[in-house]
Design a protein around this ligand. Sequence first.
Ligand SMILES: [Zn+2]
Length: 509
Amino acid sequence: MPPNRSTLTVHTSLLFDPIQKAFLENVSVEINPQTGAIARLHHRNTPDLPSPLSKRDIDLRGKVVLPGFVDSHTHIFLHSDKERFHSHQMRDESPVERTVRATNHARAALLAGFTTYRDLGTEALGNADASLRDCVNRGLIPGPRMFVATEALASSGGYEIRTENKLARGSVLGLELPRAADIVDGVVGVRQGVRRRVGEGADVIKFYGDYRRRVMRFPPDVQGPGGRLLFPPDRRDRNPAVLLFSQEEMDAIVDEARLADVPVAAHAAETRTALMAARAGVTSVEHVFVDGAGCMGEMMEEMVRRGTIWVPTLSTAEEGFEEEKFERCKAAAKRAFDKGVRLAAGGDTGVFNHGLNSREMEIMMEAGIPVEDVLVAGTYTGWHACGGDASGFRFGWWDKGNRADIVALDADPRKDAKALRKVSFVMKDGRVWKRDGRPVDMIAATQWPEEAEVSDAEEPIARASGLGSNAVPYGGPNPTVLSIRGSRNPTPAASDVGWETDSFDVKLG
Ligand SMILES: [Zn+2]
């Protein structure tokens, strides 16, 4: 146990607890910066603090304090479709440019209060997301804690950068494009694909359950004479999402992922696909924008029964769809919430710009989902979507030993619809990245060797501030240890599709 002098204390007057779904008053959170974990939570039993505060106290009273946000569906290597269409980014941007952009995206996300990213596919950059994740984890760049999919799995012809100029492919004249997915077919093939992803460092398996893969039957119109199909189909959608995998293949993907204890995310535009993915036992289903088969109700029932998480990516629906379709997506998410489907907030961030991640939670609120439940979707359920304890960490809720990820807002989301944009303070793994609304030094300046020696020999900051190794952190007149206890079986691994959802309790004592 490290000595107390290393403890930082964050004092709050209003702290949101996702497990109780309640705002708690006058809680202080002690943090061990060496482990980056929460050492203790306690009620101060008073709004007051000792005066003067030591350098190791952080006063967030008057702000609304939450666990760091989790964006459950991101693409760190993409920027807004409006700036450049994503398949053109994949085709035309250099890996260096994409990596530099991703570095900026990671910083933007962190400063917006997003301390965890579930990043679902590099989009034609192989497993570069695993390397970027490791750069963050090695302290080379600021950014969220990343759980990455590397390449998504898709069946042959299912998810690729399209071109009508394929005739010369493979010849000296050939046009080679980067692949947009790891191509897998058949039960054996999908198992091999999962194994490849795991071997390349994936934290989560992402597969395309359906996609608009018949696009080349009626290719998109292009500019100029002869660029437009004269008679597009009038009996069905020009380019509908159709299944990429059979039920048997989906079952095999999930079964194989369980062997490695890795969660599975299924892309599903259609309810029918989502229903199949839920039956296969995926951890989460992404999107679900269209109910072509009319099985929305059945899908929701299956999700409730199995504890499947739905990531409705409403911000991408807002970005890409006309008003009426967007409203239908919102209404479906609200209906799912009312039926008891677990929702996680994930924007498909990257389709719109990183740093605007909280838009997803705002839309959930606009859809009529209560603020507290939306905050759960943006924190605690995000942890579950990352695999829960199978992720290797606890975050998105409060307990001793959880990662010290803390966000403070200047406004109360119960009163201000834009409160989630007013991020004043961000801590991740016990390190402060934003304070008083401003970024804290992101990358330490290079020190000359003799300066480094001097700073190593300096007295610890706590000693200087009078908080010696035996000092007890201030807890008010009668501090009460706040025990927030998670699931009685707190290992909701990827394999644990039927975990309990109501087995949480919070005790004071
Ligand atoms: Zn996506």
